[in-house]
Design a protein around this ligand. Structure first.
Ligand code: AHM
Ligand code: MG
Length: 347
């Protein structure tokens, strides 16, 4: 057994649940006053419900029962819409959450005053990222981020959402894979919890995750190479050259599911890229729902995230659904990519 696997097993034996871990983290940050404990346990409840439905979707698909109606003749809801509703319902009565925004909603959901106490936070999420992969049994995920509100008026406004990633107080993702995991950071290390389906509880399995300074993997949709800008093409060509000192050539690994690609690179080391290109100068991924939470996590694990020129978390969003080129992973790899992009040449 590898030392990492032995540590994971030892932690599982100690039985540190997600809730206990969050509570212990909160003791270090008294200003959080139990808010995160409830918020994260509500998110983990939503994750368990979505997980059950995702597994069922796979089963239904294998049995050839998918379509617009289910076996009872009822309309089948799209899973991403379902996941969106599950997360909203888990968070819209919390008291400290004033508003929610998600990749699936055009506008933010403002929580009714009847359900507000201090309403100090807003939560943003991508309820089911990579959902086109469900049909083929490939891992997908949910991504979330919690921000402290800026405005003090009773109703949250857009200003509360349009904050740079540096203002996040907590971020995480859930991966629905061969096992289901929740990984989160509250700005003090990154920790991963594995769902034990027999008891329906997340247990600490990956304490204090650290990404190595340099990886051996690159993840990009090479099918887009005809549209890449020259510096991106040269950087990818560079990764394929042989060089013992920097461990090149790198291996290509691309699932097409951000959470799964990110999770693998976080644990094994690597760089994930979704650059802007000639057709889509801002790439595909969303700054607020996808890139900021992943950037907070990777930085806490010792890595980096950039739009090719600047740190992702310093970008002040201009709009809720803004897209941004994304380079995320090991610090030295992201620095190399930035060098190629900023010099336009690199070698
Ligand atoms: P989605 O939010 O519509 O699911 O799209 C985001 C997904 C990411 O999970 C993944 O990294 C990317 O799209 C893959 O895009 P492509 O198929 O263009 O490579
Ligand atoms: Mg998405």
């Amino acid at each position: 057994m590898s030392p990492q696997a032995a540590t994971a097993e030892a932690e599982l034996e100690k039985g540190i649940t997600l809730e206990r871990h969050v509570k212990e983290e909160e003791r270090k940050f008294p200003q959080a006053r139990g808010v995160f404990t409830t918020l994260i346990s509500q998110i983990s409840l939503a994750a368990k419900i979505i997980n059950a439905e995702v597994n069922k979707a796979g089963l239904v698909d294998i049995l050839g029962l998918t379509g617009h109606t289910n076996i009872q003749g009822e309309e089948v809801q799209k899973l991403d819409t379902y996941a969106d509703e599950v997360l909203r319902r888990a968070l819209d009565h919390h008291g400290s959450v004033a508003a929610l925004a998600s990749e699936e909603m055009d506008d933010p959901y403002i929580v009714s005053g009847d359900y507000l106490d201090d309403g100090e936070y807003v939560v943003v999420y991508d309820p089911l990222d990579g959902s086109s992969n469900i049909d083929v049994n490939v891992s997908i995920g949910s991504i979330f981020s919690i921000l402290k509100r800026k405005t003090t008026n009773p109703e949250a406004t857009m200003e509360d959402f349009l904050q740079p990633g540096t203002e996040q107080v907590c971020a995480g993702y859930v991966i629905y894979g061969s096992s289901t995991m929740l990984v989160y950071t509250a700005g003090n290390s990154v920790n991963g919890f594995t769902l034990d389906p027999s008891v329906g509880e997340f247990f600490l399995s990956h304490p204090n995750i650290k990404i190595p300074p340099r990886g051996k993997i690159y993840s990009i949709n090479e099918g887009n190479s005809g549209k890449w800008d020259e510096p991106v093409a040269r950087y990818i060509a560079h990764l394929k050259e042989s060089d013992k000192a920097t461990g090149r050539p790198y291996s290509a690994r691309y699932i097409g599911s951000l959470v799964a690609d990110f999770h693998r690179n976080l644990l094994k080391g690597g760089i994930f890229l979704y650059p802007g290109d000639k057709a889509n100068p801002n790439g595909k991924l969303r700054l607020i729902y996808e890139c900021n939470p992943m950037s907070f996590i990777v930085e806490q694990a010792g890595g980096a995230a950039s739009n090719g020129r600047h740190r992702i978390m310093d970008i002040v969003p201009g709009e809720l659904h803004q897209r941004v080129p994304f380079f995320v992973g090991c610090k030295e790899d992201v620095a190399d990519a930035e060098r190629f992009l900023s010099e336009g040449l690199g070698r």
